[in-house]
Design a protein around this ligand. Sequence first.
Ligand SMILES: NC(=O)c1ccc[n+]([C@@H]2O[C@H](COP(=O)([O-])OP(=O)(O)OC[C@H]3O[C@@H](n4cnc5c(N)ncnc54)[C@H](O)[C@@H]3O)[C@@H](O)[C@H]2O)c1
Length: 363
Amino acid sequence: MNYNFKIYKNKRVLITGHTGFKGTWLSLWLHSIGAEVMGVSLGVPTVPSSYNIIKLNKIITSKYVDILNYKKLEKIILDFKPDFIFHLAAQPIVMESYKNPILTFNTNIIGTLNILNIIKNINYKISLILITSDKVYENKEIKRGYKEIDMLGGFDPYSASKSMTEFGIRSYIKSFLENKKNIKVGIARAGNVIGGGDWSKNRIVPDLMRSLKTKKLLVIRHPYATRPWQHVLEPLSGYLILGQKLNNNHHLSGEAFNFGPKYKNIITVEELIKKFSIYSNSIKININKKISREFHESTLLSLNCHKAKKILNWEPILNINKTVKLTFDWYNEYFYGNKSLMQEKMQLQIKDFINLKKVNEKK
Ligand SMILES: NC(=O)c1ccc[n+]([C@@H]2O[C@H](COP(=O)([O-])OP(=O)(O)OC[C@H]3O[C@@H](n4cnc5c(N)ncnc54)[C@H](O)[C@@H]3O)[C@@H](O)[C@H]2O)c1
């Protein structure tokens, strides 16, 4: 597999959710490959945000539009004529989905279907990579990793919205796109993603980093929940490979792929925090194990990624220690280093990651 992703050079790539955690990394990566990137987002979701920190708006085109605004979204897509669309925009937080279920269902389901409805009549070659989640599966708290053929059916509103999105995607493919060889759709299900530049509330790494900086008490809701922790660049490399393969293989259209970490990266929230504490210059992490029974969250969740390995030749390369180290380094540089060099820092992390992939390939 060629991790230079030359296929994206000089291509028009639309990224929804480009101001978010994953969207910022993906936009920067595609920009550095030489793609003409346009981002569509509601706004900048957090303060601070990696999008603002690296001044991404200066190097790519940004449109601040609600994906629920069909007319505006349609105009952007039809005017820009993207070769690829990476759809990441969503309301992605489980806790928030309990507070705002209708907004979550609307944004995640209708937002995705709006894009599909707009592109279904396009007559040039276009590939869509739609990002759902590892939480689409009906969680049976089983030990083995979920396979793509397993039953869908998320429990909480966020997870359910992503499962329902997949039913909508399937319906659009079956009803409108099956015979259109120029339009290809891939679905990406990734696990819990960590990495530098995430500032969302109610996610463990940003919460931990904030409490390290401010020395405030860290409240953990589910210390014993296991999660498939992976560095953000792992699933993003999977999305890029999926886009690359889709571009030339219509038979891959409609397929869903899991992008999860190495098996040993599946550890509990508490174990993850202990790994971070190794790098935290002996700052004491105060943990308040206030286990929340108010909101349901699954405790056991892992992904089987054999399909991505077999068909896309994708596999994760970072172990949990390297994942934590890369993540910690980002925040450490931001808090105590030169903030104006964060774009270079991120580009360096992407470069190192690609080199690691190449070394891994040769083994
Ligand atoms: N971060 C994770 O651990 C994780 C895990 C599994 C799946 N995902 C999925 O990956 C995608 C990106 O996640 P993230 O962590 O980068 O999220 P994020 O919260 O950092 O970013 C969300 C982005 O979506 C945009 N957005 C939200 N509502 C919008 C609307 N109505 N119109 C236009 N833009 C809108 C925001 O402006 C922002 O750019 C989401 O689809 C999420 O569900 C994330």
